[in-house]
Design a protein around this ligand. Structure first.
Ligand code: MG
Length: 159
């Protein structure tokens, strides 16, 4: 087994859709970014790349490359899974913590977790998605940014 850790942060800005774990969440602001700015899937991608020691998201998808402009981030996750599979690894379980002051994600957490599970090809019971606030402190607390952490356990694919 191998463990991988991923972290990401995006600024929040008006006029952008808020896409978290592949789901569009109704809100007046969204993540700024070259791609769709899905901070959850970026942290997930980096965690998978980390577990398989395959570099980081910027190595594979440069944010200066027009090819990735407004790209849907599920593509990044799929590529990370492919690289891990080439090294004989698949995802066992993943634990995700999102830091976001607003909107409240209570009604969306289950669907986001199910979305991530389907993207990773694992059972929903192997995906944990937690949302927390920063109690008004720091960039995320002031609603200027959203931050995400992900820890993944990768297992050897049985032959
Ligand atoms: Mg990012």
């Amino acid at each position: 087994m191998r463990v991988g850790f991923g972290w990401d942060l995006h600024r929040l800005a008006a006029g952008r859709p808020l896409i978290l774990g592949g789901m569009e969440i109704p809100f007046e602001k969204g993540c700024l970014g070259h791609s769709d700015g899905d901070v959850v899937l970026h942290a997930v991608t980096d965690a998978i790349l980390g577990a398989s020691a395959s570099g980081d998201i910027g190595d594979h998808f440069r944010d200066t490359d027009p090819k990735w402009k407004d790209a849907r981030s599920f593509f990044f996750v799929k590529k990370a899974l492919e690289l891990a599979a080439e090294k004989g690894m698949k995802v066992g379980n993943i634990d995700i913590t999102l830091i976001l002051e607003r909107p409240k994600l209570y009604d969306f957490k289950g669907e986001i977790a199910a979305n991530v599970a389907s993207l990773l090809g694992i059972d929903s019971s192997d995906v944990s998605f937690k949302a927390k606030t920063r109690e008004g402190l720091g960039e995320a607390g002031r609603g200027e940014a959203v931050e995400c952490f992900a820890v993944v356990l990768m297992e050897e694919v049985s032959k």
